[in-house]
Design a protein around this ligand. Structure first.
Ligand code: NAD
Length: 490
């Protein structure tokens, strides 16, 4: 059955469908970046709220700025902006059609986008535009107003091309008409995502109109949020599976895990949907939650990726089924990562980790080791080394965390244990590979990558642990080294 509003009666035989009539919904949110994650997360929470009969004036209008968004818009339009979300747990799968999106602006249509943003009914503008979408300068770690795309929007603020130029233009139109500003809510996976978004919107406005930028700083809310749900990309396999198993012809379904979490700061001056009734946690300060997620979940991914790659393992759940890798992750998290995480309100960190173990073990997700192993030059400094630095500052040992760094170095030598060449996916691959090759005889050569290891490399204890781990990896191999670590003999 082709997914569409008029076919929902038939679709209902195999999948959940909205219990509210589409005509009951009114737009309240414009969302930039209608990718898989948004459709597996925010759109699902809203759909659940609408199904409960609440807040029907908070429906979503999609928006995008990339040419590739047009193809996605066309697919969704052909099915009345409905999406099938297939939640896959280890022994349970369920499909639901979500109806919380009611329209999608044409990418590149500046006039229509700014007019929509200036509509008083729009009270939230949200974003999932990927970590790379925020114009952050890698060297300084802050918003780069000199980026050519941002400079172009600064020079021509009435014809913006970036998300931030469009948001600024929408806010300016509202200010001109005396309409209160919307709240800007980032749902991207970056620490301090509200602050990062604030810097970008205010930063692009400042290029053309400093007084307007000051008005943004004083009047617009940018709440921080922590978002979580493992959501792989959609390919032909997913489209085929949905047709075979559910009889639904959806051009762009989403497959994801059953788990989802959203922790938000409650700063919405123009109001917000009652998301707390569908499981969203509202807190004063999101930072502890973010800290926990990045170090335990993303840090966990960053720890198992390299031993698994060295042992020629392809899927994440297969890595977790390997007893040595699984025990390595558990020992590392319990003995070194979790003890230096500040308390998180209402959260038992060990239970949080046990749940993550289960999530990583989910074979239905089909998450891959190459996906986890990519971009380590950005991920190790965010997900692993802060734990190392915290422990060193407290005078605590770092045997396991130094082993993670050594495994990453051994991986960058470029050959797996069985002699298979490793394909790197990292912007810094060449220099990492060169340093890793030198490190085989001189481990310090890898730690000399100052922009990655920073102050950690100056620690005598860390250097000793890293050197021992790397030498053991080369002499005895990955599995034997993991076992020595597990026996406290590394
Ligand atoms: P996706 O590739 O399905 O969608 C990405 C969307 O971002 C697309 O709509 C694309 O047009 C837009 N985009 C990309 N670059 C952009 C740019 N420079 N400017 C404007 N728009 C841009 O990816 P996804 O799975 O939806 O993930 C998107 C983001 O969601 C992630 O980067 C992450 O921050 C967050 N997230 C994802 C997951 C996950 O498991 N997929 C989990 C938590 C958080």
């Amino acid at each position: 059955t082709k997914l569409s509003l008029i076919n929902l009666e038939q679709v209902k035989n195999t999948a959940g469908v909205p219990s509210y009539p589409r005509s009951a919904l009114k737009a309240g949110i414009v969302h930039f970046g209608v990718g898989n994650f948004h459709r597996a997360h925010q759109a699902v929470y809203l759909d659940e709220l609408f199904n409960a009969g609440r807040d029907h004036d908070w429906a979503i209008i999609g928006a995008g700025v990339l040419p590739s968004d047009e193809a996605m818009r066309a697919k969704l339009e052909s099915q009345d902006f409905l999406t099938t979300v297939v939640e896959q747990d280890i022994n349970r799968t369920a499909a639901h059609v979500t109806g919380s999106m009611i329209g999608y602006l044409r990418p590149g249509d500046v006039a229509a986008t700014v007019a929509q943003l200036a509509d008083p009914a729009i009270r939230i503008v949200s974003l999932t535009i990927t970590e790379g979408g925020y114009f952050i300068d890698p060297a300084s770690g802050v918003f780069d107003p000199a980026h050519p795309a941002i400079a172009a929007d600064g020079a021509d603020p009435d014809n913006p091309k970036t998300v931030f130029g469009l948001i600024a233009a929408g806010l300016k139109a509202r200010r001109g008409k005396g309409i209160a500003p919307f709240t800007v809510m980032s749902c991207d996976n970056i620490p301090g995502n509200g602050e990062v978004t604030h810097a970008a919107v205010s930063g692009v406005a400042r290029l053309s109109d400093p007084a307007f930028a000051d008005w943004i700083d004083a009047n617009v809310a940018f709440p921080n949020g922590m978002v979580d749900r493992i959501t792989p990309a959609t390919g032909p396999r997913e489209i085929f599976t949905l047709a075979e198993e559910y009889g639904i012809d959806d051009q762009w379904p989403v497959f994801c895990e059953e788990f989802k979490q959203w922790v938000l700061e409650d700063r919405f001056p123009q109001g917000r949907p009652a998301l707390e009734t569908v499981g969203v946690q509202f807190v004063e300060d999101v930072a502890p939650y973010e800290h926990m997620k990045i170090r335990i979940l993303n840090g966990g991914h960053a720890a198992i990726a390299y031993p698994a790659a060295l042992l020629d393992i392809h899927f994440v759940h297969e890595a977790m089924e390997d007893a040595d890798i699984r025990a390595f992750l558990a020992k590392l998290e319990r003995e070194e990562i979790i003890p230096v995480i500040p308390p998180v309100p209402g959260t038992d960190l060990d239970a949080y980790f046990r749940l993550i173990e289960t999530r990583f073990l989910n074979p239905k997700i089909g998450d891959t080791i190459p996906r986890l192993a990519q971009d380590g030059s950005n991920r190790q400094p965010k997900f692993i080394l802060p734990s190392t630095a915290d422990r060193l500052r407290r005078g605590e040992d770092v045997v396991g965390l130094a082993l993670v760094s050594a495994l990453w170095c051994r991986y960058f030598a470029g050959i797996s244990e069985s002699g298979r060449p490793i394909a790197f996916n990292d912007a810094s691959a060449d220099r990492l590979h060169a340093a890793a090759a030198r490190a085989k005889d001189d481990p310090a050569a890898f730690l000399a990558l100052g922009d990655i290891f920073g102050a950690v490399a100056a620690s005598e204890l860390f250097r000793r642990r890293f050197e021992k781990a790397l030498k053991t990896l080369w002499e005895h191999g990955t599995r034997a080294t993991l076992r020595l670590y597990l026996d406290n003999r590394l």
